[in-house]
Ligand binder design. Structure first.
Ligand code: GLU
Length: 420
């Protein structure tokens, strides 16, 4: 029931195509004409700038040059194509607001509220961030990072810093976080560690510095280098070694003196030989010949023992004179956990909660310390005299601290890794 026979077939397609290919007129986008392969000849466009209801041509784009240009395509066709980017140029665009200045994007209206940014008013390690007592301005490394980052934004941000904390003691950073959470501050910047519990309530930017908790402990007593050569062995070990030298001397003498001319002579001479022989084996420098096979057996075993003693002595003396000068008596976090001595932390730091909650260290063992001077004092006194056995703090503070205080070192490796 479609009556297909009633439909007629248009069989002049070729003719239509031919006619289309032959067109040659000037349309809204310029000349319309096709080449033999059916492509538009010299396609080109006007680039217009729409201003309210009107418009203005700021230049052209043409396939001939492939560039934006202020010269009309027709004028270009008479010249050889110049596709150098240096020729790319348009007239100025007039942007909303009747300005030729390219907009930077989102602009704060002049009556917008400033962002209230809380910054810790630090008392110690002021290099990171603090309020300048003289001018009242906020300065420090963290502020420098912040202002540098802001200058990279494609739009301006108006903000004001609000110092948090009395300035006579480091503020509690968790309270600062809490004030951001409760919208008293729009944001906070500073040496704020990104911890698990804080990320639950607020968002952090990418960290700008790496940090992690480390243990700060006094270095072991410095070795008096003039007597350092005795340190590799304990007194006991020295005595036993000396005794063995004599025993070996006597044993070799017993085995040799009946058949060996070298071990004979008046008694005093023989005693000297025993001593001389046994101690010269220390340097493998004995001259006396051993003749009996049992004497040689004893000697060869003894020389092997001497080899071991000498090499371990050399090795430990070397390490004592180098590494151990910076060694601490605490090796890692396990030494802190197993002891009952007080541990220091920085006032306001998350380290306190971390030690109590994650490491199960009793809160009564923790001592709040507020300044590098207090750190040094507490470590110097030691746990017996009201000080602390070690301090747990973040790497950047510790590095700043160590740049001025010696006889204190970082024990073990960082046991958490975070960022600010
Ligand atoms: N950076 C530490 C934190 O985020 C605070 C350091 C301090 O207590 O001064 O908790």
């Amino acid at each position: 029931t479609l009556h297909l026979e009633a439909m007629s077939i248009f069989d002049m397609g070729n003719k239509l195509l031919e006619n289309i290919r032959k067109v040659n007129f000037t349309g809204a986008s310029g000349q319309v004409q096709f080449d033999a392969s059916g492509d538009l000849i010299h396609p080109a466009y006007d680039i217009i700038n729409i201003i309210r209801n009107g418009m203005r041509t700021v230049g052209f784009w043409s396939n001939y040059s492939g560039l934006l240009s202020t010269i009309s395509p027709e004028a270009l066709y008479s010249k050889p194509p110049n596709t150098s980017l240096a020729n790319q140029h348009l007239y100025d665009v007039i942007w909303p607001g009747e300005t030729a200045q390219r907009p930077r994007g989102w602009v704060f209206p002049s009556n917008a509220k400033e962002l209230k940014i809380g910054v810790p008013n630090r008392f110690s390690f002021k290099e990171f961030v603090t309020e300048d007592n003289g001018t009242g301005s906020i300065k420090g490394y963290c502020i420098d990072v912040f202002t540098q980052a802001l200058s990279l934004l494609p739009y301006p941000v108006s903000y004001k810093f609000i110092p948090f904390g009395s300035g006579t003691e480091n503020p509690n950073y968790d309270k600062l976080i809490h004030m951001v959470e409760s919208n008293e501050f729009d944001a906070a910047i500073g040496d704020i560690a990104i911890t698990m519990s804080r990320t639950v309530t607020i968002d952090f930017t990418q960290p700008f510095i790496e940090t992690g908790l480390v243990i700060l402990a006094p270095v072991k007593k410095h070795i008096k280098t003039s007597w350092a050569f005795l340190q590799p062995f304990t007194l006991e070990m020295w005595c036993v070694t000396g005794l063995f030298f004599l025993i070996v001397g006597v044993v070799v003498w017993v085995l040799e003196h009946r058949i060996n001319e070298d071990f004979r002579g008046p008694p005093s001479q023989q005693i000297i030989t025993i001593f001389w022989f046994s101690f010269s084996t220390l340097f493998f420098a004995h001259r006396e010949n051993t003749m009996s096979s049992s004497g040689r057996g004893v000697l060869i075993i003894w020389l092997f023992v001497v080899l071991i003693i000498v090499s371990s002595y050399t090795a430990s003396l070397t390490s004592i004179l180098t590494v151990q000068q910076l060694d601490t008596s605490i090796k890692g976090i396990d030494d802190l956990k197993s002891s009952n001595d007080p541990i220091g932390f920085q006032v306001g730091s998350f380290a306190q909660d971390y030690m109590v909650k994650e490491l199960n260290i009793s809160r009564s063992r923790l001592r709040a310390l507020s300044s590098p001077q207090e750190y040094a004092e507490a470590l110097k006194l030691g746990p017996k005299e009201g000080g602390v056995m070690a301090i747990v703090d973040e790497r950047p503070y510790v590095e700043l601290f160590l740049s001025t205080y010696c006889k204190i070192a970082v024990a073990g490796t960082d046991f958490t890794s975070r960022g600010w």
